[in-house]
Design a protein. Structure first.
Length: 313
C-alpha cells in the first residue's frame, strides 16, 4: 500500500491535497505539520484517514522516521507571504530554505521515490513579457521569492546528485475555502472575503490595477496528483497556474456584485517587494502533466464566497 506524506498538510493548500489523495483512493495519508499556520480543523472531516504528526520540518531527526518508506512526499509546509518575509526574514528563511533541505534530505535517506515541491510564481519577479513561462530567468524581488527559488534549486540538485525524483510546481496565487483571513499577511482574496461579509472596505495597496493569476485550490491539488505520477519530469520546474489574469479592482468588483453591495476600497501605498502582474503560461503543465484547470475565476470565487458565508457569524 502506497504511503503519502504531506508536509503542511493541515494548512489551506496541504489539507486540500490530503482530501484529493483520499478521494483518489489513498487509504491513509501522513501529515507533518507544526500547526503554526495549519489547523487540525482543516482535517476534521478526514481525521480517521489521516495520521497527523505535530513536528517541525527543520528537525531532521523528528521527520526522517515519518518520511521513511513513502512513495511520494508533497512538500507544502512553508511560511508564506512576501511582506512577512520582509518584516521578519529569519523564520521564513529558516523554514523555507533549511526546512525544504531537511525534507528533501529525509526523503532521499528514506528511499522515497519522488518529492513534489510547492514553489512560487514570485520567483519570476517582474518580467517584461506575460504570460510567464519556465524558460524565463527568475528575478526574485523579496526574501520569500528568493527562498522559494532556492527550494526549487535544491529540488533539482537532489534529483541530479542524489537520485531523488523531484518536481517543483510554481503556484500562482492559490485561493479557495479554508484560506485563513486572520492575519494582515493573509492572501488578498481571503481578506476580501472577510471584508465583504463584514461590510467593510478592503485595503488595496497601490492602484488596484496589479493583476494575479488566481488559481483555485482544488486545481492545484489535482496538479500535485498529476505531478506525483507523470513520467520523465524529474528535476523539472513547472507552473501551477490557471492561465488567467485578474486585477484586484476587478476581483473586488465581482465580489460586490455577488454580494449585492457597493463598498469602495481604501487605497494605500504599494507594498515593498510586490510584483505588478502575474500570469502563468500553462503550456508546460499541460504537455508534461496533463494539467486541466477546471475552475474559472468567477466559479472559484463563487464557491469560495459560499464557504466563507457558511463560516461567517
Ligand atoms: C505571492 C506569490 C504567490 C504566493 C504568495 C505566498 C506573486 C506574484 N505571487 O503572492 O504565488 O502564493 O506570495 O504568500 O509573487 N494586497 C492588497 N490588500 C491586502 C493584501 C494584499 O491590495 O489586504 C495586494 C498585494 O499588495 C498584492 C496582491 O494583493 O499586490 C496579492 O497579495 P497576496 O495575496 O499577499 O499575494 P502575493 O504577494 O501576490
Amino acid at each position: 500500500m502506497n504511503k503519502y506524506v504531506v508536509t503542511g498538510g493541515a494548512g489551506f493548500i496541504g489539507s486540500a491535497l490530503v482530501r484529493a489523495l483520499l478521494r483518489e483512493g489513498a487509504h491513509k495519508v501522513v501529515v507533518i505539520d507544526n500547526l503554526l499556520g495549519g489547523k487540525e480543523e482543516n482535517l476534521a472531516e478526514v481525521s480517521g484517514s489521516v495520521e497527523l504528526h505535530r513536528e517541525d520540518i527543520c528537525c531532521y531527526e523528528a521527520i526522517a522516521p515519518i518520511v521513511r518508506g513513502a512513495d511520494v512526499v508533497f512538500h507544502q509546509a512553508a511560511i508564506p507571504s512576501v511582506p512577512r518575509s520582509i518584516d521578519d526574514p529569519v523564520p521564513s528563511h529558516e523554514v523555507n530554505i533549511d526546512g525544504a533541505f531537511q525534507v528533501f534530505r529525509a526523503a532521499k535517506d528514506g528511499g522515497v521515490r519522488r518529492a513534489v515541491y510547492a514553489a512560487s510564481s514570485s520567483a519570476y519577479g517582474d518580467t517584461a513579457v506575460l504570460p510567464k513561462s519556465e524558460t524565463m530567468m527568475p528575478c526574485p524581488k523579496s526574501p520569500y521569492a528568493l527562498q522559494k527559488l532556492v527550494g526549487e534549486y535544491y529540488a533539482s540538485v537532489f534529483a541530479g546528485c542524489f537520485g531523488l525524483e523531484t518536481v517543483a510546481l510554481r503556484y500562482f496565487n492559490v485561493y479557495g475555502p479554508r484560506q485563513d483571513p486572520s492575519s494582515p499577511y493573509s492572501g488578498v482574496l481571503s481578506l476580501f472575503m472577510k471584508a465583504i461579509l463584514d461590510r467593510r472596505p478592503p485595503t488595496i495597496y497601490g492602484d488596484g490595477e496589479q493583476s494575479r493569476d488566481f488559481t483555485y485550490v482544488d486545481d492545484v491539488a489535482e496538479l500535485n496528483l498529476k505531478a506525483a505520477r507523470a513520467p520523465d519530469v524529474s528535476g523539472k520546474v513547472i507552473n501551477g497556474g490557471n492561465g488567467g489574469r485578474i486585477t484586484l479592482n476587478r476581483a473586488w468588483a465581482l465580489l460586490q456584485k455577488m454580494e449585492g453591495v457597493e463598498i469602495p476600497p481604501v487605497y494605500e501605498a504599494p507594498r515593498a517587494g510586490d510584483v505588478r502582474d502575474s500570469q502563468a503560461s500553462i503550456d508546460l503543465a499541460v504537455s508534461l502533466l496533463g494539467h486541466a484547470p477546471r475552475y474559472s475565476f468567477e466559479e472559484g470565487l463563487r464557491l469560495t464566497l459560499e464557504w466563507y458565508r457558511s463560516q461567517h457569524r
